[in-house]
Design a protein around this ligand. Structure first.
Ligand code: HEC
Ligand code: HEC
Length: 202
């Protein structure tokens, strides 16, 4: 390509950019940047495994959780210590908009763990454990763990966060909408670690 062609390509690109109005920063993006990104990451893919990824999460689930933090019905210790405060001043509309915003972000893949651990987790997730009365997790969370409606996406979630949640369900510290307590009550700590390893890598 000759130099003049390069110039004309650049000129067209510049013209095109100048025709697009400066992207409006929406109210929900302002809240996300100011209040949420420090822990959950700019696009909802948190880096630290202490904070859950919320990118690509089901909108219905996100909305239900944000309401539960604000209305103080999700009451495990981390919820009380951290999320109750951050959701205090959100309106129902803010919550709906934040849920739609994060649901539309693309979730990143998580790290893999030992093959043996992931295989054990896969078996429990896909088939359950009949001897322990544990149902297949895939029945509600989907074979790809992508979730649906109020059943959350689990694929790619930080293992550390998943382990913590399964334990707070088991101990009844996090009162769940459906019977997650009954579902996880017979899982051992090792089962929980295997499930989290499998799901993080998915
Ligand atoms: C100081 C860090 C911090 C900030 C700021 C923060 N969060 Fe959180 N968030 C957390 C932690 C920690 C949890 C896990 C709580 C638990 O274990 O119950 C969490 C949980 C969540 C969950 C539940 C995820 C799930 O998978 O169940 C959602 C949704 C969420 N936060 C959204 C937000 C939004 C929206 C904002 C901004 C208004 C925000 N958070 C601000 C730390 C933070
Ligand atoms: C009957 C349907 C159902 C089955 C079976 C089920 N779950 Fe769930 N699960 C849910 C629902 C609904 C929620 C959301 C609970 C709430 O609103 O607090 C949930 C929440 C979770 C969460 C919390 C995620 C987060 O982001 O905080 C984890 C982790 C989880 N389930 C793992 C599992 C595992 C592992 C199994 C299999 C041993 C399983 N679930 C089986 C319906 C189910």
């Amino acid at each position: 390509m000759k130099m003049s062609n390069y110039l004309s390509v650049a000129a067209v690109a510049m013209l095109a950019t100048s025709l697009v109005p400066a992207e409006e920063v929406t109210h929900v993006q302002k809240i996300a940047d100011k209040l949420c990104s420090v822990c959950h990451g700019q696009d909802g893919n948190s880096i630290s495994s202490n904070y859950p990824k919320i990118a690509g999460q089901q909108a219905g689930y996100l909305e239900a959780q944000l309401l539960a933090f604000r209305d103080r019905t999700r009451s495990d210790k981390d919820a009380q210590d951290v999320m109750w405060g951050w959701t205090r001043s959100l309106t129902n509309q803010d919550i709906k908009d934040l849920a739609a915003y994060y649901a539309s972000q693309r979730p990143t893949a998580g790290e893999t763990k030992s093959e043996a651990l992931m295989q054990k987790g896969a078996a429990i997730f896909q088939q359950g454990m009949t001897d322990k009365g544990v149902p297949a997790c895939a029945a509600c969370h989907g074979a790809e763990a992508a979730g649906s409606g109020v059943a959350p996406r689990l694929a790619g979630q930080h293992d550390h966060y998943l382990v913590r949640q399964l334990k707070v369900f088991r101990s009844m510290e996090r009162p769940a909408a459906v019977a997650m307590h009954a579902i996880v009550t017979n899982l051992s700590d090792q089962d929980i670690v295997a499930l989290a390893a499998y799901l993080q890598a998915k």
